[in-house]
Design a protein around this ligand. Structure first.
Ligand SMILES: Cc1cc2nc3c(=O)[nH]c(=O)nc-3n(C[C@H](O)[C@H](O)[C@H](O)COP(=O)(O)O)c2cc1C
Length: 207
């Protein structure tokens, strides 16, 4: 598994984790996210993780069995957990699949439920105050069909008291199409404009 790290910064700076959730590489959502990320200042640390590269186990709901806790995630899930905790900004890059997030992003969110119940750690408190952003490509002519995806992400962020950074949306079906529209390129250039500030919420990394 590869975690791509791009930065030029001391550790107390903003740290963006881009979680790529498409079922293909180099698709519209990813291109759009990479385009927007080009406009982040170089002192902002960037990490990119592709969910389809990871071996994330099926989620099991043990909340009401035994003591209702989970063991610390290991392997790729452990890497994803640590990266999530260490970020100040979480960018969920998910195409619109059946009016919602992709299955890999949904599985990632389901695992948050486990991560909230790992003894000796406090996922919920650590996530509070971070910022979530959404980057999404969709094929339909009707942008309102993205609303359920946005609701899922915004509500998930709210559940953990994360801030909402906003959503960058683009229309396209074949890879590359989303960047054909000059208005999309303008929105991508401005999307992270406010994120250059050196005011990231402190987090307890990897606790
Ligand atoms: C499984 C699947 C489900 C999809 N569902 C929708 C949908 O509900 N609404 C829509 O507008 N586009 C839908 N699409 C089209 C994708 O959102 C579109 O092709 C997008 O550009 C894919 O993003 P990507 O290039 O980042 O992979 C779907 C595509 C796939 C493969």
């Amino acid at each position: 598994m590869t975690v791509e790290t791009l930065h030029d910064a001391p550790a107390d700076e903003r740290r963006f984790l881009f979680v790529l959730g498409s079922a293909r590489e180099g698709g519209n959502s990813e291109s759009l996210a990479r385009r927007a990320a080009n406009f982040l200042p170089s002192h902002v640390r960037q990490e990119w993780i592709r969910l389809s590269d990871l071996d994330i186990p099926r989620f099991e709901d043990v909340r009401h069995s035994g003591d209702g806790t989970y063991t610390e995630p290991a392997g790729d899930a452990g890497t994803l957990w640590r990266q999530t905790l260490a970020a100040t900004d979480l960018v969920v890059v998910s195409p619109l699949y059946w009016y919602s997030v992709s299955a890999s992003v949904k599985l990632y969110l389901d695992h948050w439920s486990a991560w909230m119940r790992v003894p000796g750690t406090d996922f919920e408190a650590t996530m509070g105050g971070k910022r979530m952003w959404a980057v999404t490509a969709y094929a339909s002519d009707d942008v309102t069909l993205v609303d359920p995806l946005l609701g899922t992400l915004r509500n998930s962020a709210g559940r953990l008291r994360m801030h909402w950074g906003g959503a960058l949306l683009a229309n396209g079906s074949k890879p590359g199409q989303a960047l054909d529209d000059p208005a999309t390129l303008e929105r991508a250039a401005e999307f992270f404009a406010a994120a250059g500030a050196r005011t990231g919420t402190p987090v307890r990394a990897g606790s």
